[in-house]
Design a protein around this ligand. Structure first.
Ligand SMILES: *[C@@H]1O[C@H](CO)[C@@H](O)[C@H](O)[C@H]1NC(C)=O
Ligand SMILES: *[C@@H]1O[C@H](CO)[C@@H](O)[C@H](O)[C@H]1NC(C)=O
Ligand SMILES: *[C@@H]1O[C@H](CO)[C@@H](O)[C@H](O)[C@H]1NC(C)=O
Ligand SMILES: *[C@@H]1O[C@H](CO)[C@@H](O)[C@H](O)[C@H]1NC(C)=O
Ligand SMILES: *[C@@H]1O[C@H](CO)[C@@H](O)[C@H](O)[C@H]1NC(C)=O
Ligand SMILES: *[C@@H]1O[C@H](CO)[C@@H](O)[C@H](O)[C@H]1NC(C)=O
Length: 886
């Protein structure tokens, strides 16, 4: 009897399942109604959703076309009333009945804020009860510029009343750029879901993931829950940045940022559309109108905060490894790299330098001479950075633990009065709660005490997802609705507690469930504030593995525990380009690879590529072979040295880009499409990249080749090294010679790139004469090039605010170059020593500098390069310097 009833019900559901509202939806427009594992027809139809096997199943991405999908008439919210005040539209939303999620919230409030001309904000919250919300970190954030709702915005908003949906159009083109009407809004206590249509099949951002730069809108999923794991595709990694950018067919860019710190999935379908599923907090997002890719990033960084200006030495070469094991070995490595005259600024140590892996200690046996080694580094104008993990050993008598207990700084389990205990490198540990104001004070004290013994110059904060070697805690987790939420995003390990602390654990601001993705971010802030006080008036240098939107204000980032493979070398490029969009511009990957033995060819090519990372560090693990430059053969050493000298030569240009980034939210390294958005091939290129607007880098990313194919947009390109101009009249792929001796770099016509003769440290370089690389570009019957240079002491916190810097503009045409000093605020020796001009197509017979004849020049009539050497002109003496050639 029961059996027959069952069959009857299924048949009935089949019939209702195949109603018109299901059939109207084609495969590509299915929005998954069953994102959990193990969907089946019965459970699907019980949700009020449609079930049918899709046609033409795809297997090329990590999810398939869903069998279970929303019908077009799935119950949704409707607007019951609306209100308009100043720059804000407020809508009361309600839904008559719950559907299938637990604790659905039936009354919502949606606020649409007309923020600026090119930016708007949408918040959707529980209308009756306050929910957890991400705290505001960006003190410079301007909520809105006293906008009038209808005036002067490049967006127009349409709100559909039943069902509730938001559509945003770009006024200037009339194009729909954001549209939530594609799928229902679901808003439950621990399950929030909404979707939007994308303007194109390709989108960018959505980190931190091991992926290409451009993501194709096909069935796919990106999960966010900060996690200690070697970078792996289709896996949640160390940081959370739910920001995407997309390019419309007219070449305009738009961006979107979901300000939410809970565990999250972003599902992609070929509509093209994205579905955001977050299991807490509120819906709070920004839409950026650009219209250029760079403007989208700048608008985003206005929200999350722009990167800090780095200390100059941090742009030099950093060397690190886990497994020096003794300070004698450490010193030997330093000396052998000095001996071969490798440009090199910063030496690091990893956890093997700690005493029993305890934070804020060093091994007094094996690293007994650490303080002397650091003194020696300092005497050579080099610097030292050490590693600190957040987890604190709970060994009785260990001062950081005892003092932390007294100040109540550690995370506690649900309902517990004693700290939650996990396991990290030193054994059992407790975890500081950096959201507690006491913790910053306590952290500062630990950092200060240690600095008195070991005068480090920067701190590397690792393991701050936070990572733990047991799931949840040594006592497991309470098992409440936060440890076992009704829906778990597709995190590696299957549970939120996997390799981290219990989601139910209590922190000062909220539970770990809400704050997990902010752990590294809060630690970066506490560490930044500690260093500001300890190393007075200098810009703190912090390297963090875990990150969130805005972490770039406090810290640099590297891509974590990569491998010594060509594939991982490639992934370093999309990673650093994406992080430049997220506002953490000082970024790079472990050069030559962190795990596994590297080999000479890979390491040489990688050091060349790494010379163009905004953050350049060679680092590996404790069991792999040495990979510092000095261990390779003489030929390899010379090539590495040449790459490093090129980097040190270009540091004034890099520094200027960092200045632009800190002031205007620009990227330092950027995808080619940022500069050439109208050339379609650039939209998916991530095996080449640009440093600022003027340099195009085309690395070799595979073994045993002597050519590399690069795309060159329709512009003027010169070989960086010899000034030879590429002969192109349209955007095209070029098969370049790529001997291992040099990495291919091209300089773009129209730009003046400032440089400096390199020393073996940045301190030495900074005393050397400057040079200008002028790359002329045809403009009508003339040729021209422009550039600028920001220059300060390379360390003070207040250089920009107090205007203690010098600033120059460079303007060149086919007959000469003018240097204008537009600001003189920093007292330094700045000598112009060298000018190289690419694209001088007439034989040069005479050069004058400030009206006087100058003889020391060479004209290369093969490559059309004019080189003026040994100039010795003080750049600060006069407001203008003019150089003419004829
Ligand atoms: C919604 O719930 C009410 C009871 O709260 C019920 O009377 C009504 O039939 C339900 N409507 C639908 C469409 O399920
Ligand atoms: C100290 O150095 C010795 C010699 O290199 C090494 O065998 C030992 O493992 C080191 N001890 C620690 C704790 O790293
Ligand atoms: C900060 O520490 C003091 C003891 O030093 C303690 O009384 C207080 O409760 C702590 N505050 C917080 C927010 O934990
Ligand atoms: C924690 O405490 C709350 C309120 O004191 C109680 O309702 C809850 O059952 C406790 N949870 C556990 C897992 O002990
Ligand atoms: C390439 O650029 C040049 C100079 O701007 C222009 O004259 C030419 O039409 C462009 N070619 C193509 C194919 O766009
Ligand atoms: C090209 O020349 C024109 C006219 O001389 C000038 O207005 C324009 O700014 C120049 N363009 C560039 C990129 O220098």
């Amino acid at each position: 009897m029961l059996y027959y009833i069952g069959v009857f019900l299924i048949i009935l559901n089949c019939v209702t399942g195949h109603n018109l509202q299901c059939d109207k939806i084609d495969n590509n427009n299915r929005f998954d109604c069953f994102p959990e594992y193990g969907s089946n027809q019965e459970d699907c139809e019980r949700r009020g959703c449609c079930w049918s096997p899709p046609f033409g199943l795809k297997h090329n991405s990590n999810i398939n076309t869903p069998y279970c999908y929303f019908p077009s008439d799935f119950p949704d919210y409707q607007v019951s009333s609306s209100q308009s005040l100043d720059n804000t539209l407020t809508y009361s939303l309600h839904k008559l009945n719950s559907t299938f999620r637990q604790k659905e919230i039936l009354k919502l409030e949606a606020r649409i804020v007309y923020d600026t001309k090119n930016r708007l904000r949408v918040q959707i919250t529980d209308a009756t009860k306050k929910r957890y919300q991400v705290p505001v970190f960006n003190n410079n954030y301007k909520a809105y510029e006293k906008m009038k709702r209808t005036d002067d915005t490049d967006y127009q908003i349409f709100v559909n009343k039943d069902p509730f949906a938001i559509k945003i159009y770009r006024k200037s083109s009339g194009r729909l750029i954001f549209d939530t009407s594609v799928a229902p809004l679901i808003y439950a206590d621990q399950y929030i879901q909404f979707s939007t249509r994308l303007v194109s099949k390709i989108f960018y951002g959505i980190g931190e993931h091991q992926d290409s730069l451009a993501h194709e809108a096909d069935w796919n999923r990106y999960t966010f829950w900060n996690r200690d794991i070697p970078p792996t595709v289709n896996t949640n990694l160390y940081g959370t940045h739910p920001f995407y950018m997309s390019l419309d067919q007219d070449g305009t860019a738009m961006g979107f940022y979901l300000l939410n710190s809970n565990a999250m999935d972003i599902n992609v379908n070929p509509t093209p559309a994205l579905t955001f599923i977050t299991i807490g907090g509120i819906i709070d997002f920004y839409v950026y109108l650009g219209p250029s890719p760079s403007e989208v990033v700048a608008q985003h960084l206005d929200v999350v905060g722009r990167p800090q200006m780095p200390q100059y030495f941090t742009l030099g070469f950093h060397l690190c490894r886990w497994g020096y094991f003794t300070s004698e070995k450490l010193f030997e490595v330093i000396k052998r790299n000095r001996a071969i005259r490798i440009p090199y600024d910063v030496q690091w140590t990893d956890i093997d330098a700690m005493s029993q892996r305890l934070d804020w200690t060093y091994d007094k046996q094996n690293f007994s001479s650490l303080a002397q080694v650091i003194a020696d580094l300092h005497a050579h104008d080099q610097y030292y950075v050490n590693i600190i993990d957040p987890a604190i050993s709970n060994t009785p008598g260990y001062y950081p633990y005892e003092s932390g207990l007294r100040q109540n700084v550690f995370i506690k389990p649900l309902n517990g009065s004693e700290p939650l205990i996990g396991v990290v490198w030193p054994g059992t540990t407790v975890f500081p709660d950096f959201t507690n104001p006491n913790t910053s004070v306590w952290w500062f004290e630990q950092a200060k005490n240690f600095h008195n013994q070991i005068p480090y110059d920067g701190i590397w904060i690792d393991m701050n997802e936070p990572s733990s070697f047991v799931d949840g805690s040594v006592h497991g987790c309470a098992g409440n609705q936060y440890d076992k939420p009704p829906y778990v995003p597709k995190v590696v390990g299957g549970a939120l507690s996997s390799k981290t602390v219990c989601p139910s654990a209590q922190q000062h601001l909220s539970n770990h469930y809400n704050l997990h993705n902010l752990y590294g971010h809060f630690e970066a802030i506490a560490t930044y504030n500690a260093l500001r006080s300890i190393i007075k008036n200098k810009r703190p240098f912090i390297l963090t593995r875990s990150s969130f939107g805005g972490t770039g204000q406090y810290a640099a980032h590297w891509s974590g525990d990569n491998r010594a493979t060509w594939e991982d070398m490639y992934y370093s490029i999309p990673n650093m380009l994406s992080f430049n969009m997220f506002g953490i511009v000082q970024v790079g990957s472990d050069i030559c690879g962190f795990s596994g033995d590297t080999n000479e060819e890979l390491c040489v090519r990688w050091m060349q590529l790494g010379s163009f990372y905004p953050f350049m560090r060679n680092h590996n693990d404790d069991v792999s072979r040495d990979q510092d430059p000095a261990v390779f053969g003489k030929v390899a050493q010379d090539i590495i040295k040449k790459a490093l000298l090129t980097r040190y030569t270009l540091l004034p240009y890099f520094y200027h880009l960092f200045y632009r980034s800190s002031q205007f939210g620009e990227t330092v390294v950027r995808p080619m499409f940022f500069e050439f958005v109208r050339e379609l091939p650039t939209h998916s290129i991530d095996r080449q990249f640009m440093v600022g607007p003027a340099l195009l880098v085309t690395p070799v990313l595979e073994a045993a080749v002597d050519h590399v194919v690069g795309y060159f947009p329709n512009d003027t390109w010169y070989d960086f090294y010899n000034g030879h101009q590429l002969d192109i009249s349209k955007g095209q792929y070029i098969n370049l010679e790529a001997p291992i001796t040099d990495i291919n770099v091209h300089v773009r016509g129209g730009y003046v790139v400032p440089f400096q003769h390199p020393g073996l440290t940045t301190a030495q370089s900074r005393k050397n004469p400057f040079g200008l690389l002028v790359a002329l570009k045809q403009n009508g019957t003339n040729k021209c090039a422009f550039g600028s240079l920001y220059w300060d002491d390379g360390q003070s916190l207040s250089s920009v605010d107090e205007q203690v810097f010098n600033y120059f503009n460079f303007m060149a045409d086919q007959n000469g170059l003018t240097i204008s000093r537009v600001r003189q605020g920093y007292d330094a020796k700045m000598i112009l020593g060298h000018v190289k001009v690419y694209g001088v197509d007439k034989q040069v017979k005479m050069v004058t500098i400030n009206g006087e004849m100058y003889d020391n020049f060479v004209y290369d009539d093969l490559n059309l390069v004019l080189e003026i050497k040994f100039i010795q002109v003080d750049m600060l003496l006069n407001k203008f310097i003019s150089i003419f050639w004829s």
